[in-house]
Design a protein around this ligand. Structure first.
Ligand code: FE
Length: 226
C-alpha cells in the first residue's frame, strides 16, 4: 500500500454508533456492542466535551442523524452514472468528491481522500480496514456489522477468494483480486463492472443493481438475462 497505516485513526466526523444488526452473511462473525470499559469511556468523554462546551448534546444528535440519513443509495447513483457517462467516469476516477458534488449538486466536505477503484474484466477490487472500520460513509452510510468484524478484517487480506466464496461471489480464477486497506485518511469505493445485457437500462434501473456490497467488493451486480 502506498499509505502506511496510521494508528491515530480518524473517522469521518463521527464516533461509531452503529446499530446495524444485519446478519446476511452467516460465516462472518459480528462484533459485540461496546461493553464495560469502552462504554464508560465513551460516556465520560461525551460528558466532558459537553461540560467544557466543546460540543453540545444537540450537535452529537445532529451528527448521528446525518450519519443515519446516509445510505448506499448515493453510491449506487454514482456508479450508475459512471456506467452511462464516460466523461463523468473519468472525472470520478480523477477527482471523486469534486465530480460527485458537481454532478449531483452536493456539498460533501471531508478531510478524507476518497479513491474510486475501478473493476476491470481481469481485476476485482475489495475494500477493508484491517485496523478498525474505516468506510466510505459519505457514499454508503454506516458500515454493516460484518465489515467491522475481526473475522472479515483479518481474513480478507490473507484469503480474499475464500471470503468471496462465503459471500456467494464467484470471481474467475484468471481475474486478479486486489484488497485495498483503508487508512486514517483514505476511503475506498469500488466501481463494479456493468453487467452484460443491461445495455438498454435507464440509470435508475442500473442503480438498482448496485448494492452496497458491490461497492465494497464482496458482491457483483446481479442481472439475469431473460
Ligand atoms: Fe478504520
Amino acid at each position: 500500500m502506498s499509505h502506511p497505516k496510521d494508528h491515530s485513526h480518524q473517522h469521518d466526523g463521527e464516533h461509531d454508533h452503529d446499530h446495524d444488526h444485519e446478519h446476511d452473511h452467516a460465516p462472518i462473525e459480528s462484533p459485540q456492542e461496546p461493553t464495560g470499559t469502552l462504554r464508560y469511556l465513551e460516556q465520560a468523554l461525551r460528558e466532558l466535551l459537553n461540560e467544557k462546551g466543546i460540543i453540545t448534546a444537540a450537535q452529537i444528535a445532529q451528527q448521528i442523524d446525518l450519519q443515519d440519513s446516509r445510505t448506499p443509495a448515493l453510491g449506487s447513483k454514482v456508479v450508475a452514472r459512471a456506467w452511462t457517462n464516460a466523461e463523468f467516469k473519468q472525472a470520478l476516477l480523477a477527482n471523486p468528491l469534486e465530480a460527485i458534488n458537481e454532478t449531483f449538486g452536493l456539498t460533501i466536505t471531508t478531510p478524507l481522500e476518497l479513491v474510486v477503484l475501478e473493476n476491470k474484466p481481469n481485476l476485482h477490487n475489495m475494500v477493508v480496514c484491517t485496523l478498525c472500520s474505516c468506510y466510505p460513509r459519505m457514499l454508503l452510510g454506516i458500515p454493516p456489522a460484518w465489515y467491522k468484524s475481526t473475522d472479515y478484517r483479518s481474513r480478507v487480506v490473507v484469503e480474499p477468494r475464500a471470503v468471496l466464496r462465503e459471500f456467494g461471489t464467484q470471481v474467475p480464477i484468471t481475474t486478479e483480486v486486489r484488497v485495498a486497506d483503508s487508512t486514517a485518511d483514505v476511503r475506498y469505493l469500488v466501481l463494479p463492472l456493468r453487467p452484460a445485457g443491461t445495455e438498454g437500462f435507464t440509470e435508475d434501473q442500473l442503480a438498482a443493481l448496485v448494492t452496497r456490497d458491490t461497492m465494497i467488493g464482496t458482491a457483483l451486480p446481479q442481472f439475469e438475462q431473460a
